[in-house]
Design a protein around this ligand. Structure first.
Ligand SMILES: Nc1nc2c(c(=O)[nH]1)N[C@H]1C(S)=C(S)[C@@H](COP(=O)(O)OP(=O)(O)OC[C@H]3O[C@@H](n4cnc5c(=O)[nH]c(N)nc54)[C@H](O)[C@@H]3O)O[C@H]1N2
Ligand SMILES: Nc1nc2c(c(=O)[nH]1)N[C@H]1C(S)=C(S)[C@@H](COP(=O)(O)OP(=O)(O)OC[C@H]3O[C@@H](n4cnc5c(=O)[nH]c(N)nc54)[C@H](O)[C@@H]3O)O[C@H]1N2
Ligand SMILES: [Mo]
Length: 811
């Protein structure tokens, strides 16, 4: 028997008792509470982006978690699960902003009104009426359902997918393309290497690197914290074990980064501090040094690349009179010319793997360092050589380069949507300039006039840049709908707030193509308060609009899970892997796909390198494009036809550095996934007086009279936030680092420009597309100043529910 019977259709409530496995009550729970022996303890297999685990449940409450037994390196983030699942900031029932009910819509401030509780029936009717009205009056493009965000690990209850199915089947919507993670690289690489696989797919694996490479140059490092996360859930955190094995096998690691901590100590790496945003200059200088020594692989450049002559002339300075020598790069990058030259010649002398973190392209002109890194690998002739060449993101997420069999992941069928697609990070511009145009990757997009913004499974008040500007643009919408389990800043800035279940409150399947385990996620606790599954709330609105059956395909949760699993099982069978049937999978809690044998180590582009005519790349020339006629024809000065050095708008060499002399990096948090788990114990333990830590070099702090543990104000012309000071001698001087994810908590809600008292760095970051090619976010190009916070310390209130009005105050 499967999970088909686990919930009544459309409710997803209460797992049947017979499925609960009784275990002997342990003496102590994982959270340290003593067991009285009276409570019944139930263990359920479950999963999250931060790892697979077993949920420990007593009396309908999640009381602890135990890491998945097969995970070699589980990490601690799962420990925050009980705190967040039962947090005070869970949304207990549906709410509507009072001003919205009173007709204060387009242009009304968001984030300051009290919320009025309403019944599910009433909000369902309101949503159907409003969707019907806007579609009829303004057409489908007036609904923005791009809804970017990570949602949770389960593939059926994936909130964004459910929302986009609902909007797509209902007549279409304006959607988004690309991702905040690697928008720029994702748009660029098909022009250069003919594929995105080098950014987000199957790259040369660690087994091949360990066996063949002797040097690995890591721009942006291989930060240990980033390996805590796998999109879709991770059964095996192999990130650190795999790189440690490569070090033990004799690979020498070099971390080129403003931050020493980006290389795990155990790798014994050399640290080369570099100014943020200047990697393209260093790479060009390495190219110059290789060229000067005559070490470039002329055969590879002639037979497997196009455009070498154009790039060579630029490197040599024939094109612009500036030779890109190591001496030229030294004052730009802060890296001594001798170091640049030494590393370049070492690359030419040893089997070398080149990599860059995804962060490098989330910066002004972020196309350039990535394109130039490909050009370096082409000069070395290593693309497609066993365990060598170039790929992006080995240090960005668990699973990149993990040896694996090429099999699909369990997934929902794709969403059909005939509507517009806007580059995801250009949302503010879209809202600001209806009817205006936006250039993107050779196309001109006319921006729609958005009336409804509908979000599920993401948090733009976490992920977007320049939040004060964003808040003004956001308030132009007539109606903003948010589906959320928690009162996140997204929910607080919405008009109609729909409480969603967390994964623990429903059945699902976790799966990622980068992980070899597929995991059954058993419902562990009943829905909290009036929370409902995203699927069920949308099915009811679809019902009110007359298309429930098309939306549900007449399947309930259980039927969908069987259907998705069976589709996956059949796809695997076609590729030679026999997965167990659904019943066995569900009872055992996971399926393991056996890892490949060591002799099956994978090198990307090997066939192309061996036979470029027989296995051409999917570029216009079939070769690596060091000069792209396609890109050159777009005529973008901010992304010309070959890689170049363009000084970022904000960097340590800029004029603006006089007023705002510190370069702020906003990196991924070690204590949570983005804004998720922020109310949990792991994130709380890291904060300083309840504020997000900002790391600074001790001398930069001393120059401002600042001490470890103090609360500081971080500011620039775009905004200001509070933070807690942490000293870090492993930072380049002039660089400060503040992880993302502390929930935006404005001192005066609804007022753009208000101080964020909690420490969300996105009140400071600029919102400018990387270039007209990638139009990606450029959060890492950000200058700030830091000073002591002298005033009384305002409380952090964002982890408590916002003000709620009585139902009777309804007009
Ligand atoms: N300054 C700066 N900004 C950045 C970055 C940076 O490096 N610097 N990085 C960027 C990157 S790479 C990314 S990927 C983005 C991440 O941005 P997001 O993906 O938007 O961040 P999350 O906090 O993961 O948002 C997911 C939301 O979904 C909600 N959620 C989870 N499960 C469910 C569910 O079942 N149903 C519903 N309805 N909701 C659910 C969670 O509560 C959470 O609020 O941030 C970007 N922003
Ligand atoms: N624990 C945890 N892990 C995560 C996530 C999370 O939220 N929490 N988020 C996941 C997601 S969605 C993504 S997209 C990935 C992102 O993966 P990345 O983009 O690789 O992660 P970041 O932490 O933003 O950046 C990595 C390092 O790059 C360095 N860096 C920044 N700018 C520059 C530069 O200009 N030059 C050089 N050489 N180095 C620079 C910084 O020191 C930073 O520590 O992380 C994933 N992993
Ligand atoms: Mo990301």
């Amino acid at each position: 028997m499967g999970c088909g019977e686990d919930g009544a259709a459309g409710s997803g409530r209460a797992a049947p008792r017979r499925r609960l496995r009784r275990v002997r009550p342990p003496g102590h729970g994982r959270d340290g509470t003593k067991d009285t022996g009276a409570a019944m303890t139930v263990i359920k297999p479950h999963a999250s982006h931060w790892g697979y685990f077993d949920a420990v449940v007593e009396d309908g409450r999640l009381v602890g978690v135990r890491p998945f037994a097969r995970d070699p390196f589980p990490g601690t983030l799962i420990e925050s699960m009980p705190d967040v699942v039962h947090a005070a900031c869970r949304i207990d029932r549906p709410y509507v902003r009072r001003g919205w009910l009173r007709g204060e819509r387009r242009g009304a401030p968001r984030g300051s009104d009290p919320f009025v509780p309403l019944s599910w029936d009433r909000v369902t009717r309101l949503l159907a009426e409003e969707t019907r009205r806007v579609r009829a009056e303004h057409g489908p493009s007036a609904i923005y359902g791009g809804s970017y965000g990570w949602s949770s690990a389960g593939r059926f209850h994936h909130a964004k997918t459910q929302l986009q199915r609902f909007l797509g089947l209902g007549g279409g919507f304006t959607s988004s393309v690309t991702s905040y993670s690697y928008a720029t690289g994702q748009t660029l690489m098909p022009h250069v290497l003919g594929t995105n696989e080098v950014v987000l797919g199957r790259v040369t694996d660690w087994a091949a690197i360990a066996a063949n490479a002797r040097l690995m140059l890591c721009f942006g490092g291989l930060a240990a914290k980033n390996g805590l996360i796998s999109n879709g859930g991770g059964g095996a955190h192999e990130y650190l074990p795999l790189m440690r094995r490569a070090a033990a096998a004799g690979v020498r690691f070099v971390g080129i980064s403003p931050c020493r901590g980006d290389m795990e100590a155990e790798l014994g790496a050399e640290w080369v501090p570099i100014r943020p945003g200047t990697d393209a200059a260093m790479m060009l200088a390495m190219a110059h040094a290789i060229l000067a020594a005559g070490k470039e692989d002329r055969e590879f450049l002639a037979t497997r690349c196009v455009g070498w002559e154009r790039l060579r002339a630029y490197v040599a300075g024939e094109a612009d009179g500036v030779a890109k020598t190591p001496e030229w790069a030294e004052p730009i990058t802060g890296v001594p010319a001798a170091t640049i030259r030494r590393l370049a010649l070492e690359c030419a002398a040893k089997p070398t793997m080149l990599t860059a973190a995804w962060s490098l392209q989330r910066a002004d002109y972020g196309e350039q360092p990535w394109w130039m890194l490909v050009a370096l690998a082409a000069m070395l002739g290593t693309i497609g050589r066993p365990g060598q060449g170039v790929a992006f993101g080995y240090g960005s997420i668990n699973g990149m380069g993990t040896p694996r069999r090429e099999l699909p992941a369990v997934s929902m069928p794709p969403v059909r949507n005939a509507g517009l697609h806007i580059p995801v990070a250009r949302i503010t511009e879209m809202l600001e300039r209806p009817g205006g145009t936006l250039e993107y990757n050779g196309r001109t997009i006319t921006l729609p006039d958005i009336r409804i913004i509908w979000w599920a499974g993401g948090n733009p008040f976490h992920h977007h840049q320049d939040l004060n500007r964003f808040l003004r643009a956001w308030s132009r919408a007539e109606t903003i709908v948010a589906q959320e389990p928690w009162w996140t800043p997204l929910a607080r800035h919405a008009d109609i707030v729909l409480p969603a279940t967390t994964t623990l409150e429903r059945n699902d399947i976790a799966s990622s193509s980068r992980d070899r385990f597929v995991r059954a996620m058993h419902q562990a606790i009943p829905p909290q308060g009036e929370a409902r599954n995203d699927f069920d709330m949308l099915a009811d609105v679809a019902d009110a609009l007359g298309y429930r059956d098309r939306f549900t395909e007449q399947r309930d949760e259980g039927a969908w899970l069987r259907h998705l699993y069976e589709r996956w099982r059949q796809a695997c069978a076609r590729m030679g892997f026999e997965a167990p049937d659904f019943e066995r999978f569900w009872a055992e809690g996971h399926v393991e796909v056996p890892p490949p044998e060591p002799e099956e180590a994978y090198t990307q582009f090997a066939e192309f390198a061996a036979d470029p005519a027989g296995h051409p790349l999917d570029t216009p020339s079939g070769k690596v494009e060091l000069f792209s006629e396609t890109i050159a024809a777009m005529g973008y000065a901010d992304c010309p036809g070959h890689p170049v050095w363009i000084a970022p708008r904000e960097w340590l060499g800029a004029q603006a550095a006089a007023a705002y002399p510190l370069h702020l990096l906003s990196d991924q948090p070690a204590t949570r996934l983005h804004g998720q788990l922020d109310p949990g114990r792991v994130a709380a333990a890291d904060k300083i007086q309840g504020r997000q830590p900002i790391r600074m070099h001790p001398e930069d702090a001393a120059a401002r009279g600042l001490r470890e543990g103090e609360v500081v104000r971080v500011f620039n012309a775009r905004g200001a936030c509070l933070a807690g000071l942490r000293l870090d001698p492993g930072l380049l001087r002039g660089v400060a680092a503040m992880a993302t994810g502390a929930w935006f908590d404005p001192l005066e809600p609804g007022v753009p420009g208000s101080l964020c008292v909690h420490g969300n760095p996105n009140v400071l970051t600029p919102d400018i597309g990387t270039s007209r090619l990638g139009q990606g976010p450029s959060a890492q190009s950000c200058l700030v100043q830091v000073e002591r916070w002298e005033g009384p310390l305002p409380p952090v209130k964002v982890h408590l529910p916002p003000p709620v009005a009585e139902e009777e105050t309804l007009p």
